[in-house]
Ligand binder design. Structure first.
Ligand code: TNX
Length: 642
């Protein structure tokens, strides 16, 4: 198909003193062409037009979440450009990524034409952002450095090596293969570092029952390295540490060195060292996920939280409900799911087949990574509801909109089909994923989510899920749905995880549930006080979709604030915990994909903040050093391949 770029959409934000400011849109022909007759302009933008807004020089046709359709007031005026003004927005834009990300024209015959989106401008734009905190601190220290990421916390070096070893003699062929494969896939060293048949230094691995799970201890001498380890994962990490030190010492521009006589030992501060990836808003291939797992393993991260479903796409094959991916995994003009977050008129989508999942699980197992599938219910279900008509209450009117602007995007507890769906889907997930954890979401259900559905309201009243005034209580309704799911998962031998709102409305049983604190750091101790085990994933530091500074040109969201790599690094996730410290089981970074429309944006947002979180999960707070971290930056992966 020929891609034509005849039209450009320019957008500019003006701070007119109102609460959200205005957006000026200007559609222009790239050459002398006239705009087509009676077109509609479709575009996706995260700063939305509130329903009922009167536009200047345009008519608001419709909006579904971030997808908008507008048209000129006077059909066709044989012009080369068309300007209009949106005087009011869902919220104030702060960054270049807040404006239109994709656009197209819809013609009266239903066909579409491409429109390129120029970068969103603002009078507050002070020029390109600089990651100042990274640039300043890259000083070369006088002492040689160990090239570990994360840095080990127990290091005693007697002597540095004068000659850098080439290969290590590791008799265990399987381990050689595993480590060399990882290095190769990460494009770190094409030559094998470990050799089963010979090499400069002998590596001997041996379990030491006194070492904790995942811990390792390297006794390094000129002839041999003994890798004591608590378990297989500890052994893997010890060997990664050897490879990291070797590769770093080959970097000639810095003074990284390999130790000749030393003890290097480490054990993680947290048993849950996670990274989350939202594969719904943007599509990630199976290869990208496999490559992402390699990066996690290299950082000794051990949990991959796979956010498989959301409003913008259902990405997990279901045998019971093929429509979930047949319909719910694709967005486009004229489809049940409309374009969102940078996708255009052409169908955009994909999903992970059961075979893909099995391959990804096998890869993760090799890398000592536990995969936690998330099926986000009852909210964030627009894709599922569009795909399966039985899940929609035919008589429902509009309920309250979600934060992301979706109306009626929560599974409806007043319909029998909903309960069958939940039981079936979580049954499939429990069967497919062998690990102990399943994440069931529970976030961001709008307070009035079910207000438009009589079926839901009468169900709530019958169950007594009401407020003091007798009206339905959405949080109690959500808790009842989540408890139903949890009971099935517990029967299947699984531990349930949820986002922090799963504690609301009576909540899930604290003894059986792990919750993720995400809205801010303070949520952590609050959840712990309720008795939950807690994973710290606070937006202000560990959400890698947050912009890195307030600069307009810096991409990302900023509802939780902005945080550059240094802020993420310095953040102390344990600060708010006192007696409840034992409730925190770990840390997690979250990669929400609304804005990650290109691989370069992904890389910009994710690296090196991912490395900073990994170091936080391994190093006790009082041993962190930003200068040391910054000096090791060049050793850290900066890009996802796949
Ligand atoms: C909140 S965190 C969400 C996501 C968004 C994210 C954007 C959470 C449980 N829900 O749906 O993608 O903010 O930062």
């Amino acid at each position: 198909m020929m891609v034509q770029f005849d039209w450009e959409l320019h957008s500019r934000w003006q701070d007119d003193g109102s609460e959200t400011g205005k957006i000026h849109l200007s559609l222009r022909a790239t050459d002398q062409k006239l705009l087509p007759e009676y077109f509609k302009l479709a575009y996706t933008a995260i700063t939305r037009i509130p329903h009922g807004t009167c536009l200047e020089n345009a008519e608001f046709v419709r909006r579904v979440a971030n997808y908008h359709e507008l048209k000129p007031l006077f059909g066709n005026r044989k012009t080369r450009s068309w300007d209009c003004v949106i005087p009011q927005l869902s919220h104030k834009p702060n960054h270049v990524t807040d404006g239109p990300k994709s656009a197209f024209l819809i013609l009266p015959d239903g066909s579409t034409q491409y429109v390129t989106c120029a970068p969103f401008q603002s009078e507050n734009d002070k020029g390109p952002g600089v990651k100042k905190d990274v640039v300043i601190s890259q000083q070369v220290s006088a002492e040689p450095l160990l090239g570990l990421v994360p840095m080990a916390h127990d290091i005693c070096i007697e002597e540095w090596a004068h000659n850098i070893p080439e290969t290590f003699h590791l008799e265990n062929e399987k381990l050689c293969y595993k480590l060399n494969g990882l290095l190769q896939r990460l494009s770190l060293d094409p030559a094998p570092v470990f050799d089963a048949n010979g090499g400069d230094i002998r590596v001997l691995v041996s379990q030491d029952k006194k070492l904790a799970s995942e811990a390792y201890r390297l006794q390094i001498s000129p002839q041999s390295i003994i890798v004591n380890h608590g378990d297989e994962a500890g052994c893997f990490y010890g060997l990664i540490a050897i490879a990291q030190m070797l590769l770093a010492s080959k970097c000639t521009t810095e003074n990284f060195a390999f130790p000749d006589r030393a003890i290097v030992a480490d054990k993680p501060v947290h048993s849950w060292r996670g990274m989350h990836l939202d594969v719904s808003r943007q599509v990630y291939t199976r290869q990208a996920v496999l490559d992402f797992l390699d990066i996690l393993a290299w950082h000794k991260l051990n949990r991959f939280h796979w956010h498989l479903t959301d409003d913008e796409g259902w990405r997990l094959q279901s045998l019971a409900y093929p429509r979930l991916t047949g319909i719910g995994a694709f967005r486009g003009h004229g489809l049940s799911l409309l374009p969102q977050h940078g996708s255009g008129a052409e169908p955009y989508g994909g999903f992970f087949s059961i075979n893909d999942v099995k391959a990804i699980l096998a890869h993760a197992r090799e890398l000592h990574i536990e995969i936690i599938p998330e099926i986000d219910v009852p909210g964030h279900c627009h894709a599922a509801l569009m795909a399966i008509p039985e899940l929609l209450d035919p008589g429902a009117m509009a309920g309250g909109a979600s934060v992301q602007g979706y109306v009626n995007n929560a599974l409806n507890p007043g319909l029998m089909a909903t309960w069958t769906f939940l039981e079936t889907i979580f049954g499939e997930v429990a069967d497919l994923f062998p690990g102990p954890f399943v994440h069931i979401g529970g976030d961001e259900v709008a307070h009035g989510a079910w207000d438009g559905s009589r079926a839901a309201m009468s169900w709530a009243r019958a169950k007594g899920l009401v407020k003091a005034d007798g009206t339905a209580d959405a949080m109690k309704m959500q808790a009842a749905i989540l408890r139903f799911v949890q009971a099935r998962l517990t029967d299947a031998g699984k531990i349930t995880l949820g986002w922090e709102e799963a504690s609301k409305g009576g909540g899930l049983d604290p003894d059986k549930t792990i919750l993720m604190a995400w809205m801010n750091a303070q949520s952590g101790p609050e959840l712990a006080a309720l008795g939950y085990q807690v994973i710290m994933a606070p937006g202000e530091a560990y959400y890698l979709d947050m912009a890195q500074s307030e600069d307009w040109q810096e991409p990302g969201l900023s509802w939780a604030g902005t945080s550059g790599p240094a802020q993420t690094y310095h953040f102390d996730p344990l600060a708010g915990f006192k007696e409840s410290r034992n409730k925190i089981i770990g840390l997690q970074g979250c990669i929400w994909s609304e804005n990650l429309v290109s691989r370069s944006l992904f890389n910009h947002m994710v690296f090196p903040r991912l490395s900073a979180i990994a170091e936080n999960a391994w190093r006790p707070g009082d041993q962190k050093s930003w200068d040391s971290f910054a000096a090791r930056l060049k050793l850290m992966p900066q890009a996802l391949k796949g």
